[in-house]
Design a protein. Structure first.
Length: 363
């Protein structure tokens, strides 16, 4: 009797089904309420980034409200400046999209004719179904359009950020007061998660700003159209690990093909490779290491999934959102399997001897 009760209490099949059912309900509700949640998530993202300069002002003796006001005002002015600088470029790019798509289609058709003339038979329909550069450029136009629509609630987002930052100083004490001693481990894990996310988002923002600045400067020196827009796109997509920087290069390279200047296209590709190698492979590992705790497959799937749920903002915040889901799954024995599934490495068993640390591992 006791054994059967114990088996029922720890039924792995039931735990998996309950976890999956809970995730379906949560994600379906999130997608349904996306219009309400997206501005809040974007405000939370901005608030995390701004917490670092606010803490520096507090360390210099500035009052909390004054620090929040100064940083919020500077952020508002910066966002307005971005709108003024990029607004016309984004609108021009979106309006010219049908023409760009038709030109790219004609360019691909010309390549097919040339290949067929040299004895290489390739079906145009097969190429269009497998690789459509016009659709790729259209995707980025839709991405920018969705982000523009989200940022249309600029003042709502800014005021939400201000209230978040104003209440941040007392949030930890409130959470601590609402937990008992039995939940101290959960509270400690939540605090570690907040610190990790703050460090990740802040560091990633600085590195993304460096990436976008270098791309814009390089494009401007090469006299490429939409130089600021390509830098802004590189800044945004650099928040997506592993593939974000590659995706950011696609529209600039495709539009450069319309200039029919192989040297210019080669220089643009070289610029992206140089910047991504410098920032992504040299600078970023020194500041961030490999602290995500998520597998590469989980990061890629989260990009697709959160993009489907929340649109462009979901793509940008795919990693932090997945880190939160992983933390929640770790708190319950029935859903811990999901946290292990999306982790970067399996947990070490207690009876497994620890591997000696070599000098390369310590580095």
């Amino acid at each position: 009797m006791n054994d059967s009760s114990l088996a029922a209490a720890h039924n792995p099949v039931r735990d998996v089904l309950l976890t999956l059912a809970s995730l379906v309900v949560i994600f379906a509700g999130a997608r349904y309420a996306a219009n309400l949640l997206v501005p809040f998530l974007l405000a939370l993202f901005i608030a995390v980034i701004l917490s670092s300069p606010i803490n520096r002002l507090l360390q210099r003796g500035v009052s909390h409200w004054l620090a929040v006001s100064v940083v919020a005002l500077a952020t508002l002015l910066l966002l307005i400046l971005v709108f003024l600088l990029l607004g016309s470029s984004v609108n021009t790019f979106i309006q010219a999209m049908p023409e760009y798509q038709s030109q790219l289609k004609a360019l691909v058709e010309g390549w097919l004719v040339w290949l067929n003339g040299h004895g290489i038979e390739i079906s145009g329909k097969a190429i269009s179904s497998a690789l459509d550069p016009g659709a790729a450029v259209g995707f980025f136009a839709g991405f920018l359009s969705g982000l523009r629509d989200t940022l249309s609630n600029l003042f709502l987002i800014v005021f939400t950020v201000i209230f978040m930052l104003a209440d941040a100083s007392s949030l930890k004490a409130k959470v601590s007061a609402g937990h008992t001693v039995h939940n101290s481990q959960v509270l400690s894990g939540l605090s570690n998660l907040a610190v990790s996310m703050n460090s990740y988002i802040t560091t990633k923002a600085m590195l993304s700003l460096l990436t976008g600045g270098l791309i814009s400067a390089g494009m401007w020196l090469m006299d490429v159209q939409f130089a600021l827009l390509w830098g802004f796109l590189a800044f945004l997509l650099n928040f997506i690990p592993n593939i974000g920087s590659i995706i950011a290069a696609v529209p600039a390279v495709l539009l450069s093909l319309l200039e029919r200047d192989p040297l210019l296209t080669g220089m643009i590709i070289a610029l992206y490779l140089l910047v991504n190698t410098l920032v992504g492979n040299i600078i970023e590992p020194r500041f961030m290491g490999h602290r995500l705790g998520l597998s590469t497959l989980a990061v890629f799937l989260s990009l697709i999934f959160w993009g489907w749920v929340f649109g462009p903002v979901g793509m940008l915040l795919s990693v932090p959102l997945t880190m939160v889901i992983k933390f929640i799954a770790e708190q319950q024995a029935g859903s811990a399997w999901f946290a292990v599934l999306i982790s970067s490495s399996p947990p070490r068993s207690d009876d497994e001897p620890a591997e000696p640390r070599s000098e390369s591992n310590q580095a």
